[in-house]
Structures are given as structure tokens and as C-alpha cells.
Design a protein. Sequence first.
Length: 301
Amino acid sequence: MASQQAEAMKKLYREWKAEMARKPDMGIEEVRDLFDHWGDLTTDPAGVDYTEVDAGGVTAMWAVPKGCAEDRVLLCTHGGGYAAGSMYSHRKVYAHFAKAVGCKSLILHFRRAPEFTHPAQVNDTLAAYEWLLAQGYQARHIASLGDSAGGALATAVCLAARDKGLPQPAASMPISPWYDLEAKGASTRTNADKDCLASEALTLAMAATFLGGASPHDPLASPLHADLRGLAPTYIQVGGDECLLDDATRFETLARAAGVDIKCEVWPEMQHCFQIMAGRAPEANDAIARYAAWVRPKLGL
């Protein structure tokens, strides 16, 4: 049974959904204002320093826990449908990850739609990865990490790096990844009454904004259509009550068939990106601890 603390996410998501329904013509800045409150669900972890940085032309923020291994990095991409969310809304949750793993997080503030459409977001993430390599960080000491749209980017950067002949990062950790831009997964409908935020209509509207005319079958936009051979070891967590549940489980099947070292955990009764409740909900804390335990040996920690 879900904890009482987890109810806070349901409440926030219902408020967002009601506000968007009340104002169907809501502008992008209003949507961004709503999603900026994601961070309200996260406690501010102590003992972390933050510094903004230009990461190869991409605005980003370092989250550096005191006493961490500073030669290991989590390359973090935030959720928000490629249009909302920011390095500020996700600063705290990715600091929790950094503390749990014992390394630094580089949280990207990639270009957002509709001002910049696909593949700008993938290009920014790849540029930041290349910047890390140029700074002397070894690929085997970097892991990609992201939630929702950022979860897809955590996978897409591995695909883009492979296609460019760059070494794979040590691991990839997508959270509730948004892989299907056509909302074809059965869970879009079977979980419609359980998911407090997502819906088929919202998914398709955000996909159109992000794609800007590009094909929803582009493998860097929708990794369900990608050749997954050679992909870095991948660990996905997804909520059992999400519309995007099948995005994760279908990807797991495809990745395993391609020989990828992959695991996918479904967390019963959890909402989209429930890990954002870090420091408040026991499910979020447990989930982050599991990610950390899995990735530490892959980073050599």
C-alpha cells in the first residue's frame, strides 16, 4: 500500500490536471510555472554545493555533495515533456541521487520546445556528454539519468553517442521514461483512471509540440524504434499506476532481445516520476537507494 506521504504527489498532479483542463489554451509559460512546482515535493538535501556552468554550450548546474568522488558524474536530464521543467525544478532530486551514489550530478538545462524542437534536446545532451569527455571524465565513470522526457534523453544520448562512435557511458538510469510519442501502449488506457497527471490527449499534444513536424518514429525521439544493440547497461523504474507503464516494459523486451543488460522494476501504486518525492516519501528514498546500489559498482565506486 502506498504511503501517506505519497499522496502529496497525487494531490499536486490532480491540481495541475484540473488547471490545464480549466484553461485549455494555457500558454507555455503558464505550463512551465506549473511544472516548476515539481521541486516542492523534494526536500533540500544538506551538504551539497551547486554551481552553474556552461557544459559545451549547454546551460547546466553541478550538484556536488561534500566528500564525494569528483571524478564520477551522473549526467541528468529533467522531465517536463521537453517543454517544461528545468535544472532548477530538478536540482534537489538529482542532488539526492548524487549523495546516494557518492558522486557529482551535472543537471542540464537543455533547450525546450516549442522554441526549440527535436532534435535540439538530444543534441544538447550529447554536447554535454562530449564536454564531459573533453574535460577528462572517463566514459566508464559517467552514467546517464533522467525522468520522463529526460528518461528518454538518458537513453537517446547513449544511442547518439554510439552512432557517433563515442564510448558508451557506464550505465543509464531512465525514470518513468517517455518512449512512445504516439501513446500506443495499453497502459495509456488501462491506467487512465489511476494516473493523476498523464492522459492520451496530453501525451499527444506534448509530442506534437516537441516533434515540430519530425517523425514520431525517429529513434532518437522514440527509442522504441531504435536499434538498441550495444546500449549501455540500463535500469528503469516506473510506477504501476502510470499511463507510461508500457513504454518502460515494451522497451525492456526490445532491449533484452538486442542483448542489452537491462532490468525494469514496476513499483505498485506509484505515480509518474515518484522519485521526485525524495526525502519525503519512503518509496522515493528506497527507489533512489536501489538505483545507487546498482550503479555504484558500474562507476567503480
